[in-house]
Design a binder for this molecule. Structure first.
Ligand code: CP
Ligand code: NVA
Length: 306
C-alpha cells in the first residue's frame, strides 16, 4: 500500500493558487539573488535523483545546475544503465531510490508512472514531463510572463497547435492563475477530454489559429510531434500545416503580445523564424527561468524548515 504523505509536484494543480503565486515570487527572488552572486545553499547534503526515460537538454541542465547552486547534488539516471531498463518494478525502484535521496525528478511516458512512483516514494517526486503534463515548464513560463508583463490574471492566452502535455499544463494554469485560454488545434488533436471538462469556461476550443490569437496577450505553441510520436511526423505535418504561428497570427494578437515556446522548436513548422527570433519572443527567458522556477520548487519541497 502507498506509504507516504509527502508533497509531490506531479501536476500544476498539486499547488493551491496561493502557493503557485508565491512560487513565482520566490523564483523571481532566487533569480535576483543568483544574479547578484549571493551564496545561498539551503540544500547542502541533499540529493536529487533524476530519472530520464526521454531525451532532455533544458530539464536536465536546469535541475542539475539548480541543485548545485543550492548546495546539493543531482544524480542523472537513465533506463539504459539502471535496473529500471531491465524491468525492475517502478514501485520497487521508488522504495529503493527514495531511501537514499531527498527528492526524485522523473521524465517518462505515462502520467501513471510518476503517480505510481510517488505513491511508493518516501520523498517528494517531481514530474519532469510526461505525455500528459509538463508542469515545470509552465511555472517557468508564468514567471516569464510576470517578469515581462506583470499579473496574468484576466489576460488572454492563445494556444496554437497540439492539445498535448504543454497544452494540458496551460489549461491547468488557466484555472490556477485565472486567465482565459483559447486553444486552436486541428481535428483529432484536441486536449484530453478530462482536461477540457475540468477547465470549464476558462478554456475555449476553436479551429482557426487567427481566431484563437485575436486580442491575446500571450501566444504559445509547441512541436507538432512530441517525443514518442516520431513515426507520426509526416501525418502530423499534414494535419498541422495551417497551424503555424507566423506574422499573420501574431498580427491578430494584442500589440504587446508575447510569444512562448517551451523548446526545442522547429522553425518553419509550428513557428516561423520571424516570430521565434523576433522582438515578441521570450523563449530564451522561458528556458533560463526553468533554472530559477525549479530552484524555488526544490527549496519548497526539500529544504528543511520551509
Ligand atoms: N522544454 C524542455 O523541457 O526541454 P528539454 O526537453 O530539453 O528538457
Ligand atoms: N511536447 C513536447 C515538449 C518537449 C519539451 C514533447 O513532449 O516532446
Amino acid at each position: 500500500a502507498p506509504t507516504n504523505s509527502c508533497r509531490h509536484f506531479l501536476k500544476l494543480s498539486d499547488l493551491t493558487a496561493e502557493e503557485a503565486r508565491s512560487l513565482i515570487d520566490r523564483a523571481i527572488e532566487l533569480k535576483r539573488m543568483h544574479k547578484s552572486g549571493e551564496d545561498y545553499r539551503p540544500l547542502a547534503h541533499r540529493t536529487l535523483a533524476m530519472i530520464f526515460e526521454k531525451s532532455s537538454t533544458r530539464t536536465r541542465v536546469s535541475f542539475e545546475a539548480g541543485m548545485f547552486q543550492l548546495g546539493g547534488h543531482a544524480l542523472f539516471l537513465s533506463p539504459r544503465d539502471t535496473q529500471l531498463g531491465r524491468g525492475e518494478p517502478i514501485e520497487d525502484s521508488a522504495r529503493v531510490i527514495s531511501r537514499m535521496v531527498d527528492a526524485v525528478m522523473i521524465r517518462t511516458f505515462k502520467q501513471e508512472t510518476v503517480e505510481r512512483f510517488a505513491a511508493h516514494s518516501e520523498v517528494p517526486v517531481i514530474n519532469g514531463l510526461t505525455d500528459r503534463l509538463h508542469p515545470c515548464q509552465t511555472i517557468a513560463d508564468l514567471q516569464t510572463f510576470y517578469e515581462h508583463r506583470g499579473d496574468i490574471r484576466g489576460k488572454r492566452v492563445a494556444w496554437i497547435g497540439d492539445g498535448n502535455n504543454m497544452c494540458h499544463s496551460f489549461m491547468e494554469a488557466a484555472q490556477l492563475f485565472d486567465f482565459e485560454l483559447s486553444i486552436a488545434c486541428p481535428e483529432g488533436y484536441e486536449p484530453d477530454t478530462d482536461f477540457m471538462e475540468a477547465a470549464g469556461d476558462r478554456c475555449t476550443l476553436v479551429r482557426d489559429p487567427q481566431e484563437a490569437a485575436a486580442g491575446a496577450h500571450l501566444v504559445a505553441t509547441d512541436v507538432w510531434a512530441s517525443m514518442g510520436q516520431e513515426e507520426e511526423q509526416t501525418r502530423r505535418e499534414t494535419a498541422f500545416g495551417s497551424f503555424q504561428v507566423d506574422d499573420a497570427v501574431m498580427a491578430r494578437a494584442s500589440k504587446d503580445a508575447l510569444f512562448m515556446h517551451c523548446l526545442p522548436a522547429h522553425r518553419g513548422e509550428e513557428v516561423s523564424a520571424s516570430v521565434i527570433d523576433g522582438p515578441q519572443s521570450v523563449v530564451w527567458d522561458e528556458a533560463e527561468n526553468r533554472l530559477h522556477a525549479q530552484k524555488a520548487l526544490l527549496e519548497r519541497l526539500i529544504a528543511p524548515h520551509q
